[in-house]
Structure formats: C-alpha cells, structure tokens
Design a protein around this ligand. Structure first.
Ligand SMILES: Cc1ncc(COP(=O)(O)O)c(C=O)c1O
Length: 400
C-alpha cells in the first residue's frame, strides 16, 4: 500500500531466508534440524528468576532505569569475565554491551562500510551477517572454507591482486554454518595478513566456550594476539544463557567503541540493564561456568547422536563435517543436487534443515545444507536424520 513511499533502503531491505523457512519448519510434527535455537530445557530459569528478584529488591532504580549507552558496570564485568577465560584482557573503556552480537555486526558495518566497499568472509558464513552486509550495499567476497579454516592461498591471491578490504568477517570457532574450527596457525596468519594489507577483522565468537573436548587453548580468539587493535571481537550470552536475554558485547579500541556508542544511541539507546545484571550475577556466582560445562556435555552427546545417525543412514556420495563444538553439521550432497528443491520433500517427511545457499555470499553451496543438533532431543535427532536420509536417497536415485 505504501510501496511508493519507502526509502531506497526500506524498499530494498532483505529479510532472513531462514526466518521465512521457519514458518513451515515450526509445524508441530516437524523435527527441526534447522534453527540455531537452544532447547528451552537448557535455559537456567530458576537462577535467572532468583537473580532478577535479588537485583530488583536491592536496586530497582538502577535495573529498571535507562542504562549507559555503552553498557552498565554489570555488563562490562560479565563480558570481561567471559573474555578473561579465553585469554582476552581489555579494560571497560574498550567494551560496548549490545543487544545481541547481531547488533555488533550492524554497528561494525554502519561505522566502517560505505556502499561498494569490500568485506571479506568465509564462504559459507552466518546468514544474519550476510543480511546486514547486503543491506548496507557492501561488496561481499567469500573465501572458500577448508577443514581448518579459510583457504589461505585463495585469500592471499585476492589480497595480492590488490583488492581494498574494509574488514574481514570471521567465525573461527565451531563456525556457523559448517561447524568447522580455524587452526591456530591460520588465525595467526590471518592476523599477519590484516597487518600487511591494512584491514580490520570482525571476529564473531558466540560458540567459543562450547567445545566438546580440549579446552580454551584450542579455541583461543584472534583478539588474544591482537596487539594493535585490529580485531573487533564480539561474543554473546545467547548460546550460553539464553537468546532472549539479548546481551552481547564488542571489544575494540576505545575510538571504535566511541563510534559504536554514538551509532547505537540513535538505535536502541542502551541494552537492558536488568539482563546485564542477571548475566553478571550468573558469572560472578560461578553458576555460569558449571552451566556451560553441563551444556558442553549435552551438545557433545547430541552431536555424537547426529554423526552416528548420518554414518548409519546416509547413502554413498554424501559427506559431512565433524564439529568439535558448537551447534552445527554441514552436509554436502553430490554436485547438481538442489537442496532448496529437496526441502519440500523433507518438510513433507516432517524434517527441516536450512539450505546451503542461504549462507553463501554468491548463492553457491546449492548442493549443501546445514543441520543443527542444539534444539531437538537425541531420539528426535536420530529419527530426523533417518527421515532426511530417506529423502536424500530418493532424490539421488531419481537423479541417476
Ligand atoms: C555466528 C553468529 N553470530 C551472531 C549471532 C547472533 O547472536 P545474538 O543472539 O547475540 O544476536 C549468531 C546467532 O545464531 C551466530 O550464529
């Protein structure tokens, strides 16, 4: 009705492909291996309710009031607590608390990118970031993924050819959507290249604490080696407390944080002070460490169930990644198979996944799909993979 009145940006906004597909995948009988939504059983209800009640009884004038636009003390302490466990030690001046890491991706693009500027990224990458980059009309350039992170030869080839890059967006740990982890050697090399070719890195790390085996040294963020402030680091409480808390943060040089702060003041004013308080209570009491330890066990078992079911049921010609943490497995079907076209058959069989091309900067990965093991029970995951394997088998036979 108002088509002619929209601004250029408003008329060209792109929604998330995943959200569109969600409508069908949320039907009651569908086993959803699609979304990255943690199961509600993982939410620490009682501890959050206790923290809310304590905070409001003590200081409602802080927790129900507007907060600082960069964050409140609670938020800084909670963010510093999580980062220190990962080898990042930055002062509060170098932190902004945001309403999700999604907001950091938006702030980074708003503050650094003009129309036509180049952003480098893993291909495939997080669909929510692609949406932001596209909405700001950036030039998206994907670098293919390998088992241990991006293909460095391809990256060096592009940089050597003289492209000017504003920043590179990376998810080094248990990447969304592939579940792959960038090796430590590659992290160091990417940081060297950022110095040599003068670009920034946006390091997105929402899954970094959710390893199945090993420990923090295997998933040390690039930010931990960043001595000159080239890395803007973001992480979030979405996957370790609950997505609904909408508390995340960025760590960057104070000049960048000031810009983010100015941009966010006109957006959503501040992040929820009460939820910053809750995050800090759960961190400082030690509860969150124990909770994350439990989550690691749950997700490791769910991943194991998915991998075992894939091994048992998938036909020859299908391959998949074996994540060491996080939420996702990336499945590749024989060349020429179209997972968008196959989705209808999967939904008819009451199982949902996300199509590979949703994660690609240039609509590639058409023969791939993302599976998540974070949302369903082990028995539902096993059943879901069995259903999906039947759909895949049928598709491969009919294309012979
Ligand atoms: C890689 C990645 N970055 C950012 C986000 C957004 O997280 P938040 O809930 O903190 O906005 C997600 C959520 O799935 C994600 O997978």
């Amino acid at each position: 009705m108002f088509d002619k009145k929209y601004s250029y940006l408003g008329a060209h906004l792109q929604g998330s492909e995943i959200r569109r597909l969600f409508a069908t995948s949320m039907r009651p009988n569908v086993i959803s291996l699609a979304g990255g939504l943690p199961h509600a059983d993982s939410f620490p209800n009682d501890e959050m309710a206790g923290a809310v009640s304590g905070l409001l009884t003590r200081e409602k004038e802080i927790y129900l009031q507007y907060g600082g636009s960069r964050g409140n003390r609670d938020g800084f302490e909670a963010a510093r607590c999580r980062m220190q466990k990962r080898g990042i030690d930055v002062p509060a001046e170098e932190i902004i608390i945001t309403s999700g890491s999604q907001q950091v991706i938006d702030l980074m693009t708003k503050v650094f990118v003009d129309e036509g500027d180049t952003i480098l990224m893993e291909d495939p990458t997080f669909v929510g970031a692609l949406g932001v980059f596209r909405n700001y009309k950036a030039r998206l350039e994907g670098i293919p993924m390998q088992e241990d992170g991006i293909d460095l030869d391809a990256l060096e080839g592009r940089l050597g050819a003289g492209i000017k890059v504003k920043f590179m967006y990376l998810i080094p740990n248990f990447q969304n959507p592939t579940g792959l982890t960038t090796s430590i050697e590659k992290r160091m090399r990417i940081l060297d290249l950022a110095r040599q070719y003068d670009f920034l890195i946006l390091e997105d790390d929402p899954y970094g604490e959710l390893w199945f085996t090993g420990g923090p040294d295997d998933v040390r963020p690039i930010k931990a080696w960043d001595t000159e402030g080239r890395v803007v680091y973001t992480s979030s409480f979405s996957k370790i407390i609950s997505p609904g808390i909408r508390i995340a943060w960025a760590a960057a040089p104070s000049g960048v944080i000031d810009r983010f702060d100015m941009a966010r003041q006109m957006m959503d004013v501040c992040s929820n002070p009460l939820m910053q308080g809750v995050a800090n209570e759960l961190c400082s009491s030690g509860f969150l460490d124990a909770h994350i330890e439990r989550l690691r066990g749950v997700y490791a078992r769910q991943a194991e169930t998915m991998l075992a079911a894939l091994e048992k049921h998938m036909p020859d010609g299908v391959t998949w990644t074996k994540p060491d943490g996080g939420f996702y497995v990336w499945l590749t079907l024989p060349e020429g198979t179209d997972t968008l076209d196959m989705l209808k058959n999967a939904l008819d069989a009451d199982v949902a996944y996300v199509i590979g091309s949703a994660f690609s900067p240039d609509s590639g990965s058409r023969n791939a799909l993302r599976l998540s093991f974070c949302h369903e029970s082990e028995s539902a995951i096993a059943e879901g993979i069995q259903r999906l394997a039947a759909v895949v088998r049928k598709r491969l036979i009919s294309s012979e």
